[in-house]
Design a protein around this ligand. Structure first.
Ligand code: 13P
Length: 262
């Protein structure tokens, strides 16, 4: 972490928790997260779409110190796009952050760099912050393609957003092989990739954007590996999958992040 950038810990619930379970989880977060825990850390939770309104209600009524997030959105604000979810409608629910380009969406639903870049721009146009996911597959890593793959993913988003929106965005480095595998990247590998992502942003969007963009690491994050992963100067936060479904574990991750000196 670095003193100039506020750390951000995000919980991606993926396709878990119906709206009853989501209400329960949001309440539990409110009971366990103390204001001291979040004084220096942004915390976001990204429930499934069908839970958003319920979680919004709990977060606002019970002053749970998290910002509501979504996991995906459409490019267009409205129209004949059966089954899509509008970024404008997410903004109306006080969603603050939208994940775009998660590797599960790229791999399972065919999302391309261009589509992800267009989604990121729609999120910004609607006043929200995109959490733009990038990361190499195991094969790309073995073939020595990690830097190239990250550069093309980051370049697509940075060109689409332009310097000032890039600087206000979040990029999540999630190596595909580390997601859900129990095999987190080493702190050194996470720092190296996040440092490279910042370098690419500097080349495409300029030094100011590179200095302010926040870069998360994601992939098998646990309370135990949080502090070490956040030691890297270019690792500004974490995108947490499985461990975010366990409220106690997620709160422990936030608390560990709050305790890491910048
Ligand atoms: P895990 O933390 O379960 O590995 O998932 C990471 C992830 O994909 C978060 O978006």
């Amino acid at each position: 972490m670095s003193a100039g950038r506020r750390p951000i810990i995000s919980g991606n619930w993926k396709m878990n928790f119906d709206h009853f379970e989501a209400i329960h989880a949001a309440r539990a977060l409110g009971l366990r997260l103390a204001s001291a825990d979040v004084a220096g850390v942004d915390v976001t939770v990204h429930p499934p779409f069908t839970d958003l309104r319920s979680v919004q209600t709990v977060v606002e009524a019970e002053e749970v110190p998290v910002v509501l997030g979504a996991q995906n959105c459409a490019v267009e604000d409205s129209g004949a796009f059966t089954g899509e979810v509008s970024p404008l409608m997410l903004a109306r629910l006080h969603v603050g952050y939208v994940i775009v380009g998660h590797s599960e969406r790229r791999r399972l639903f065919g999302e391309t760099d261009d589509l992800v870049a267009a989604k990121a721009a729609s999120v910004v146009r609607n006043g929200m912050v995109p959490v733009c996911c990038v990361g190499e597959t195991e094969t790309e890593r073995e073939e020595g393609m990690t830097r190239d793959r990250l550069a093309s993913q980051v370049d697509a988003v940075a060109v689409s957003l332009g310097p000032s929106a890039v600087g206000a965005s979040v990029v999540a480095y999630e190596p595909v092989w580390a997601i859900g595998s129990g095999r987190a990247a080493t702190p050194e590998d996470a720092q190296e990739a996040c440092g490279w992502i910042r370098e690419v942003i500097g080349m495409v969007a300029g030094d100011e954007a590179a200095a302010t963009v926040r870069i998360q690491y994601g992939g098998s994050v646990t309370p135990e590996n949080t502090s070490a992963l956040l030691e890297g100067a270019d690792v500004d936060g974490l995108l947490v999958g499985g461990a975010s479904l366990d409220v106690a574990a997620f709160v422990a991750i936030v608390q560990a992040a709050a305790g890491v000196p910048a």
